[in-house]
Design a protein around this ligand. Structure first.
Ligand code: UDP
Length: 480
């Protein structure tokens, strides 16, 4: 065996350039690196610049000779807006402009791993976000094995797999505007999935909608790869995973990724992959609060709201009488003028009971004993982080997979309340009181049980632990 063959596989990881996917795929990259593989993570220049600005990525990997970061253009000018609803433009540009660049970089050795300046190793395996279908084309063309990752929820991905069936059966587009009608063409979800719980873009009822066109081929696209890596664990999503296996037999549910990494992390500092600066003063504030007394409110990195919605939410929170820690991202509300328009009673109520930051160290916040509940937009990372820490949720889904995730939180897992399609101060007040006071024990009991399952699956012999082992072995055998 020559030296090249005895070296570990060199895996290229290509995340979708959004906060959620970047966060979870960075964790996957670090996990694989801890398992002895050589890793190149490929970031768009824009994401890389923001990570350099707000995190320690330039120094975090100093002690990891098997890890390198490379960049690629997303094809848009530097000053093009990419946050808050602009993502489809980024996505289009990736598909049309980045594909060629990606292939060129792979074939011209620009993505090689440099071993002490002595030897340059080519990529022997690709792991890419499954929505970047062009990576499967390129992998085929250059004969490199590829695994796909989906960082959205399996329940939403399963709906994508069923979209052709929904359309064929005539269930979609809807015949009338009754959004409470049950959906029959998504096996395993016939008793609880309503039209209103389908991914948000299904509301358009337009078969030519670019989202419908894109996601209805997901079943085909993901089954082209050697296997599909999912950020979930068997015990949380078993019925849905079993349905998915009928289309993609080789699944690797290895989540929750953030916690999986923490378990293996021995030498590195806990990692932040935030695209915004974290305001750590909220941890000091939490340190002065009673156990389970604070509701943490955050709607993730993309969701936006109107001024009116902001005020309704704010009144609901203040009127609930509960303590709250609220993340209001600077770009999440149209216009800056809201700051000067806050009614005096809200400002006073917030001073007494609330704390507001622009971006929080969320994993740490959710792990804090003072936090007793999470009002979330139901992004998949946020849900997994909350499940792991045993925090019940109020769900205000904004878009995409969040509509179906919130249904699962309430109806399937029983660990929260779904506030979908409403924005009313009285409903907010009631739900916060229910979650934090009146039905607290009921929700905490189920959330704690789920949290134990999440922790057990990462122990030696647990489902995610074993699936991750299998993934590493399969990468090694395919890269031989
Ligand atoms: N997050 C954070 N601080 C915040 C809000 C969010 O660190 O103040 C992180 C959160 O922990 C999660 C990610 O940002 O890992 C958001 O991903 P998610 O899938 O929940 O939602 P998205 O932002 O993609 O809508």
């Amino acid at each position: 065996m020559d030296e090249q063959e005895s070296l570990p596989p060199h895996v290229l990881i290509f995340p979708l350039p959004l906060q959620g996917p970047v966060n979870s795929m960075f964790k996957l990259a670090e996990l694989l690196c801890f398992s002895g593989l050589h890793i190149t993570i490929l970031l768009t220049e824009n994401i890389h610049n923001r990570l350099v600005l707000h995190t320690d990525i330039t120094s975090r990997f100093d002690q990891c000779p098997g890890f390198q970061i490379k960049t690629i253009s997303d094809g848009l000018p530097d000053d093009h807006p990419r946050d808050g609803g602009k993502f489809l433009e980024v996505f289009d540009s990736l598909r049309t402009k980045t594909k060629t660049l990606f292939k060129d970089m792979l074939t011209s050795d620009l993505l090689c791993f440099d071993l002490d300046g002595k030897e340059r190793r080519r990529v022997s395996c690709i792991i890419a976000d499954g929505v970047l279908g062009f990576t499967c084309d390129v992998a085929d063309e250059i004969s490199v094995p590829i695994f796909c990752v989906r960082t959205i929820s399996p329940c939403c991905l399963w709906i994508f797999f069923c979209l052709p069936k929904l359309i064929e059966s005539g269930e979609y587009p809807f015949e009338d505007d009754n959004l409470d009608e049950l959906i029959k063409s998504v096996p395993g979800a016939e008793t609880f999935l309503r039209r209103r719980d389908l991914p948000s873009f299904c509301r358009s009822g337009d078969l030519t909608d670019s989202n419908i066109q894109l996601y209805k081929t997901e079943g085909q696209e993901n089954s082209r790869a050697h296997g599909l890596i999912l950020n979930t664990f068997e015990e949380l999503d078993e019925p849905i995973l079993n349905q998915m296996r009928t289309i993609c037999p080789n699944l690797y549910p290895i989540g929750p990724l953030h916690a999986h990494l923490k378990k293996k992390q021995t030498t590195l500092r806990p990692s932040s992959n935030s695209l915004w600066a974290e305001d750590r003063t909220c941890i000091d504030w939490l340190n002065n609060q009673l156990p389970n007394s604070v509701i943490y409110v955050s709607f993730g990195s993309i969701a936006t709201m109107t001024n009116d919605q902001l005020i309704e939410f704010w009144y609901g929170l203040v009127n609930s009488g509960q303590k709250f820690l609220w993340v209001i991202r600077p770009d999440s509300i149209a216009g800056e003028e809201w700051r000067s328009k806050i009614p005096v009673d809200l400002a006073t109520g917030t001073k007494e009971r609330g704390y507001i930051v622009e971006w929080a160290p969320q994993e740490e916040v959710l792990a804090h004993p003072a936090v007793g509940g999470f009002w979330t937009h139901c992004g998949w990372n946020s849900i997994l982080e909350s499940v792991y820490e045993g925090k019940p949720m109020i769900c205000w889904p904004y878009f995409f997979d969040q509509q179906v995730n919130s249904r699962f939180v309430e109806k399937v897992w029983g660990i929260g309340l779904d506030m979908k399609d409403t924005c009313d101060r009285e409903i907010v007040e009631k739900m916060v009181k229910d979650l934090m006071v009146l039905r607290k024990e009921e929700f905490l009991g189920r959330a704690n049980h789920m949290s134990k399952l999440a922790k057990n699956c990462l122990m030696e012999g647990g489902s995610s632990y074993s699936n991750f082992d299998r993934l590493v072995k399969d990468i090694k055998s395919l890269s031989d």
